[in-house]
Design a protein around this ligand. Structure first.
Ligand code: NAD
Length: 508
């Protein structure tokens, strides 16, 4: 049983992989694993393409990305067909998570990148005789390495940002969902992006590792903590920057004054979207005792009503990755063996061999894997706590820190509690919306990652922030230039006294 498996090497001697549909098991794609030598060829083409692309104006880049947007809207059904074939997710969810989000990314960055990356004058507090400008120049060739759980959008979104910043992109999609990566390449090619500017390198970890060692100028990585560590180490070795968007164990804190109906709906959506295979899924819930009975009662009904399937209308699809199904089963079994109780679900679904029942667990503790390790499945473990202080302490008792949600009707209290949560982002009274808020940076603290994608901060991460400082008045020489003399040293010491020991320092 596998969604990706090895097959006989090709005549060229390349290792070969094959993917299968998670539902029907029909073969979807067979492909050669891109080797280090192939990556080197791709890199050379990318360098040539990037040199020309860096000279294009923002309106020229925008025009191509807007064409890509129009094509995506026009052909969305065909895109959805191919993504669904690899993931088994519902068309509704694929439309929402992949197509809608991709349209927004293409339009958002193509319309705003010029403003966000425009050179800006910067007044210097000390060096007032100089004129300074901050410019944002392309890095060169960016490597984008992506996971299987949002295979189209997670490849497209960083690529859009890197392109608008003037870079070429080499995408290494997950070996589990290669065709969704291929779709990104096809979309940009049809939109008229110059040859070689975006290339798709199919393969597994070997290809990803070769890409990092290929002379690439930055790696934008999305994936697990374990692989993120290797990627970070390899980027360090190559002295190239990277963003690491890694796993999470997002907590949900339900206060006594929460709107319980809304919190229940948010818990189910936040925990079950994409079958829980979402980096910012709600993975653990802490509800205060005063409202625990009502919350758990309503949550039980909502989880039990979810429809598992793969045809027509359904809420929860199959697991995309076999390994993931095994991890989820292990976490649930471990919790039950240690005393947790499944109020709903608890095991594989009769719908098919790669399906798991939406599961609601109570009686969980931080001794259980389901409360401490990333589960990445349709599982909601609920822990009853005495009060908000205990909830925050438990929420922070983790090595992860991607997102967190808080549920309260008191806005000021929500903001106060949000400050205490150790997370890359906190959402109050909603869930799963951070990645879609493109104005804002997205990323984690602790083991959930390094750096940020999205927003002005993320976009600028695809550039060198390069100051250009010019002398304004053209005196013959500067005071500190050679020769060094005792007299100059004396003047400098007087200046220190004068500037930072008098009211003048307020102007500094
Ligand atoms: P993974 O780490 O197994 O693989 C991710 C990618 O890295 C794949 O393309 C893989 O081929 C490649 N890879 C493997 N070994 C490599 C190496 N040594 N060097 C370079 N590349 C290598 O992750 P996955 O199982 O595909 O995805 C699920 C994980 O991704 C979950 O932990 C999830 O939380 C995380 N994720 C995080 C975010 C986020 O934004 N924080 C978003 C989506 C998914």
């Amino acid at each position: 049983m596998a969604f990706v498996e090895s097959v006989e090497p090709s005549v060229s001697g390349h290792r070969r992989l094959r993917t299968r549909c998670p539902v029907s098991h029909r073969v979807l794609k067979e492909f050669d694993v891109t080797t280090a030598a192939d990556v080197a060829v791709a890199m050379e083409r990318a360098r040539t393409a990037q040199a020309a692309w860096a000279k294009t104006s923002f309106p020229e880049r925008t025009a191509i990305l807007q064409r890509a947007l129009a094509i995506l809207i026009e052909k969305q059904e065909a895109f959805i067909d191919r993504i669904v074939a690899e993931t088994g997710r519902s068309r509704m969810e694929t439309t929402m998570m992949e197509i809608f989000a991709a349209c927004d990314s293409l339009n958002f960055y193509s319309r705003r990148a010029e403003r966000m990356l425009r050179p800006r004058a910067v007044g210097l507090h000390l060096l007032r005789m100089k004129r300074a400008k901050l410019t944002f120049t392309p890095l060169g060739v960016v490597g984008v390495i992506t996971p299987w759980n949002g295979p189209f959008i997670l490849s497209l979104n960083p690529t859009v940002q890197a392109l608008m910043a003037g870079n070429a992109v080499l995408i290494k999609p997950s070996e589990v969902t290669p065709d969704s990566g291929v779709l990104v390449g096809e979309l940009f090619a049809e939109a008229g992006l110059p040859d070689g500017l975006v290339q798709i390198l199919l393969g597994d970890g070997e290809t990803g590792a070769a890409l990092i060692d290929s002379g690439v100028d930055k790696i934008s990585f999305t994936g697990s903590v374990a692989t993120g560590r290797k990627v970070g180490a390899a980027c360090g070795h190559n002295l190239i920057p990277c963003t690491l968007e890694l796993g999470g164990k997002d907590p949900m804190v339900v206060c006594a004054d929460a709107d319980i109906d809304r919190a229940v709906g948010g818990a189910v959506f936040g925990g079950m979207m994409n079958g829980g295979q979402f980096c910012s899924s709600t993975e653990r819930i802490y509800v205060v005792e005063a409202v625990a009975e009502e919350f758990i009662g309503k949550l039980t009904e909502k989880v039990a009503a979810l429809k598992v399937g793969h045809e027509g209308e359904y809420d929860i699809g199959p697991f995309i990755s076999t390994r993931q199904l095994e991890i989820v089963e292990d976490h649930v079994n471990d919790a039950v063996a240690r005393g947790a109780k499944a109020l709903v679900g608890g095991g594989r679904s009769a719908v098919g061999e790669h399906f798991f029942q939406p599961t609601l667990l109570v009686g969980v503790t931080h001794e259980m894997k389901v409360m401490t390790e990333e589960t990445f499945g349709p599982i909601l473990p609920v822990m009853v706590v005495a009060d908000e202080d205990e909830a925050i302490a438990m929420a922070n008792d983790t090595r992860f820190g991607l997102g967190a949600t808080l549920w309260t009707k008191d806005r000021a209290k929500g903001e106060r509690l949000a400050e205490r949560l150790e997370a890359g982002a906190v959402i109050i009274n909603d869930s799963s919306i951070t990645y879609g808020a493109l104005e804002l940076p997205f990323g984690g603290v602790k083991h959930s990652g390094v750096g940020r994608v999205n927003g002005e901060i993320g976009l600028r991460g695809f550039c060198h922030a390069k100051p250009v400082i010019a002398d304004r008045f053209g005196q013959k020489e500067e005071f500190v230039w050679y020769p060094y003399t005792n007299e100059k040293e004396g003047h400098l010491k007087k200046a220190i006294q004068w500037i930072w020991k008098t009211p003048l320092k307020r102007l500094m």
